[in-house]
Design a protein around this ligand. Structure first.
Ligand code: GLN
Length: 185
């Protein structure tokens, strides 16, 4: 669990309910431990991105992802993984071939709840908080969910992103899906 800022505790609780052990990555040494997957939580992409650089974690984590480390980014995590952010000149880990739009729903619709299907799964709860959406994906990216014709979940190889926060609802679908990418429980 990347635990520099944001909603990482909620993800830890989800994993623990699923019987999956996790630990927090806060400094470079933590990357020496062995782990099967990485979650990058929601929060503020600019703050997490800055800390990733200051703590000299950015390049190491980027390399691990490029080497195939299963990685799940929610909301700000999605922005950190995006190669391009349409309304922000910055990019961070930039490992996933998608273009995201930041704070994409405007002030009024900044936060909302809906239900939509994810891949072949009929309906799951989706909580959006000042969320991004994905505007463009390359051919190697699989679109997993859309809400109002906007892409809100996608996968490219071992990388999974959601614009919403699955850790804030009592539904384990997305976490189970990610655990499968990591090789199962
Ligand atoms: N708006 C935040 C950002 O730009 C993301 C919001 C979230 O993670 N809930 O990073």
């Amino acid at each position: 669990m990347l635990a520099l800022q944001g909603a990482f505790i909620e993800h830890e609780e989800m994993l623990s309910k699923l019987g999956v052990a996790s630990f927090e990555i806060r400094k470079k040494n933590d990357l020496m431990r062995s782990f099967d997957g990485l979650i990058i939580p929601g929060g503020e992409s600019t703050v997490q991105g800055k800390l990733l650089k200051e703590l000299d974690l950015l390049e190491s984590i980027r390399q691990l992802i490029l080497e195939g480390l299963p990685t799940f980014g929610t909301c700000a995590g999605l922005l950190l993984l995006s190669k391009r952010i349409e309304n922000d000149a910055r990019s961070y880990l930039a490992t996933m071939d998608i273009t995201a739009v930041r704070n994409a729903y405007g002030r009024q619709l900044g936060s909302f709840y809906t239900e939509a299907s994810l891949g072949t799964i009929d309906k799951i709860p989706m909580t959006f908080i000042r969320a991004p959406y994905i505007e463009e994906v390359s051919d190697s990216v699989e679109i997993l969910a859309t809400v109002n014709s906007r892409i809100v979940a996608a996968r490219q190889g071992n990388q999974l992103v959601t614009a919403f926060h699955p850790e804030l609802n009592d539904d384990f679908t997305v976490h189970r899906y990610f655990i499968d990418i990591c090789g199962g429980e």
